[in-house]
Ligand binder design. Structure first.
Ligand code: ADP
Ligand code: MG
Length: 321
């Protein structure tokens, strides 16, 4: 199969590549053309997933397609943006029809789920890796950035933490678990749901936001730094799923929630006055701490003792001390 045949059969022909709102011209020309409504800004983010680093190799291509797009779209959710389109740069060692068919179906399923259209990409030969660029729109000046947290704000998350990290030993085949435990954990890992609606609901309300990709403590550190504030997080308040606690036990579940990556749940800061209306609207918001004057992230136990761990999150290139 040649490059053009591959693009045509598996990507240009996918339902998610048939254009839609905001897409003036899709796959097939030198560039795609997007239309951004007047008064809105374009939000753009790129993510690369490398086989053996970001996902096990080999792995199920349907799940890989689904997960890699979810990870990329999650950055739009974190900015409060509405998805428009994405591009896919795919590097493949060999081309098998079965692999491509399953990958494209997984990609398409998540694209439909998120309302985002495939508008272009690149296809090359080499070690398996995927790069996705997602494009969204957000009313000018209303994007949720990392830099607006204020002392007195609440620190909140949009759902249970640690499930994807808890699933890792299952994904790698190091452990097994009964279906009622493995099922929910693996679902969080393989098909994280970008919190797009929550991100949009937080526009004009949250003072800062991001999606948790590297672990709660590490990512909250980004908010603390960008906003020049301190974040106090209460360990007892972390929302943990029943499946995670039953699989790992309470202590290890809490560690997964604090340090585990891949959750793609939103973390954000919110003036207390904004909370009641959002809860009344049914948003799954958990308050886990507060913003204070100062710097960095401090983890507190139930007695208010500082139990901040010394290492946090995953970094590809560690900062030199
Ligand atoms: P060019 O040589 O102009 O960069 P290509 O030959 O690489 O164009 O690609 C032809 C068309 O197919 C372009 O519109 C490009 O965006 C699209 N395309 C290539 N690879 C992919 C892919 N993996 N998924 C979606 N679209 C793709
Ligand atoms: Mg090209």
């Amino acid at each position: 199969m040649g490059e053009f045949e591959l693009i045509r059969n598996y990507f240009a022909a996918a339902p998610c590549a048939q254009g839609g709102e905001g897409v003036a011209l899709g796959i097939g020309d030198d560039c795609a053309l997007l239309a951004v409504p007047a008064g809105e800004q374009l939000a753009i983010s790129t993510d690369t997933l490398v086989a053996g680093v970001h996902f096990a190799d080999p792995c199920d291509p349907f799940l890989l397609g689904q997960r890699s797009l979810a990870v990329a779209v999650s950055d739009l959710a974190a900015m409060g943006a509405t998805p428009i389109a994405f591009t896919l740069a795919l590097t493949l060692p060999t081309v098998t029809a079965d692999w491509l068919d399953a990958f494209a179906r997984g990609l398409n399923a998540m694209a439909q789920n998120c309302g985002v259209r495939l508008v272009g990409g690149d296809t090359t030969r080499g070690p398996l890796s995927l790069t996705m660029t997602v494009l969204g729109r957000v009313p000018a000046g209303k994007a949720l950035t990392r830099s607006g947290a204020q002392p007195g704000d609440l620190v909140c998350v949009g759902g249970e933490l640690g499930n994807a990290a808890g699933a890792l030993s299952l994904v790698l085949g190091e452990r097994v678990a009964a279906a009622d435990v493995a099922g929910p954990l693996l679902a969080h890992y393989w098909s994280p749901q970008p919190q797009l609606e929550l991100g949009m609901a937080l526009r004009g309300k949250a003072t800062s936001a991001l999606d948790i990709s590297d672990g709660l403590l590490a990512d909250c550190g980004h908010i603390a730094k960008a906003s020049a504030v301190g974040l106090l997080i209460e360990s007892e308040k972390l929302p943990l799923s029943a499946a995670l606690v039953s699989f790992l036990g309470e202590n290890a579940a809490r560690v997964a929630a604090l340090n585990g990556g891949d959750d793609y749940v939103l973390a954000f800061t919110l003036p207390p006055a904004q909370l009641p209306a959002l809860l009344a609207d049914g948003w799954p918001i958990h308050v886990i701490g507060q913003v204070v004057a100062g710097q960095g992230v401090t983890l507190l136990d139930a007695n208010g003792q500082d139990i901040t761990p010394q290492t946090r999150g995953y970094q590809h290139f560690r900062e030199t001390p």
